[in-house]
Write a protein that binds this ligand. Structure first.
Ligand SMILES: Nc1ncnc2c1ncn2[C@@H]1O[C@H](COP(=O)(O)OP(=O)(O)OP(=O)(O)O)[C@@H](O)[C@H]1O
Length: 235
């Protein structure tokens, strides 16, 4: 299922201050979109708005399917994933239990995803004891196990070593190849270059630029985007 999101004057205000918007754009139905921008630019807020967990102060967001259906077919991976105080296998099984999948189906898919995430040997271990990289892979497996149409990720590789980062990027590339639409934030420009098909560049809560990744990285259109890519402080 492909879904398009349309934002119309989408604005988020907190304590009287506008932290996002007004933003107008249409999110294409496929691909890997990377949201870039300095700290506090509104990246997390935009992701939450798209997923429907951050309330708009004004304007609207409309998915091309009814809201409940859109939410059902989306998954969100937080920067610091919350693990259930249960085993790795039970964490993977959780989203399938919520939708009352048949037991045999759950067992089969949990085994497959433990394998895909490199956690097969840890399947009976408490999830809270995993390393940071393992937790993030588990969170990703738990998000992908229902094959979401859209997957949001907020800095999925923050504080991870190169090996875990590479493994997570491989899982994301595979999910994308299997038809999941990916929208993620990262502070890692190398990662953005490796994964992005298009880039949304936010600045001070504004939708500053949006373009194909190759063009954005090789020929940024604005002075701010250029400075950002050079590693300068942009505010
Ligand atoms: N509940 C809130 N109340 C007040 N201000 C908030 C709230 N949530 C976020 N903000 C502010 O809104 C701005 C945007 O925050 P957001 O987390 O979306 O930015 P970000 O681009 O994801 O930042 P970072 O790269 O640091 O994660 C920041 O200035 C933040 O301090």
């Amino acid at each position: 299922m492909s879904m398009i999101a349309t934002l119309t004057d989408a604005t988020v205000k907190r304590r009287g201050k506008t932290i996002l918007g007004p933003i107008n754009f249409e999110l294409a139905p496929a691909g890997i979109t990377i949201v870039l921008g300095p700290n506090g630019a509104g990246k997390t807020t935009l992701l939450k708005v798209l997923h429907g967990v951050e309330r708009l102060s004004s304007g609207r967001i409309q998915w091309s399917v009814p809201d409940a259906e859109a939410r059902q077919s989306q998954a969100y991976v937080f920067q610091s994933p919350i693990m259930l105080r249960r085993t790795v296998g039970q964490n993977l099984a959780y989203p399938l239990k919520l939708v009352k999948a048949p037991k045999a189906d759950i067992a089969r898919r949990v085994a497959a995803w433990a394998d895909k995430t490199g956690l097969a040997d840890a399947i009976d271990r408490p999830a809270t004891r995993l390393s940071g990289g393992e937790k993030q892979k588990l969170a990703l497996g738990r998000a992908l196990i229902r094959k979401p149409a859209v997957l949001f990720l907020d800095e999925p590789c923050a504080n991870l070593d190169g090996r875990s980062t590479r493994e997570i990027e491989a899982l994301l590339a595979k999910a994308h190849a299997d038809g999941t639409r990916i929208i993620m934030t990262t502070h890692d420009l190398g990662q953005a270059r490796r994964l992005a098909q298009d880039v949304i560049f936010l600045l001070k809560g504004q939708y500053h630029d949006h373009g194909q990744a190759a063009a954005f990285f090789s020929k940024p259109r604005t002075a701010e985007a250029k400075s950002f890519l050079q590693g300068d402080i942009v505010e």
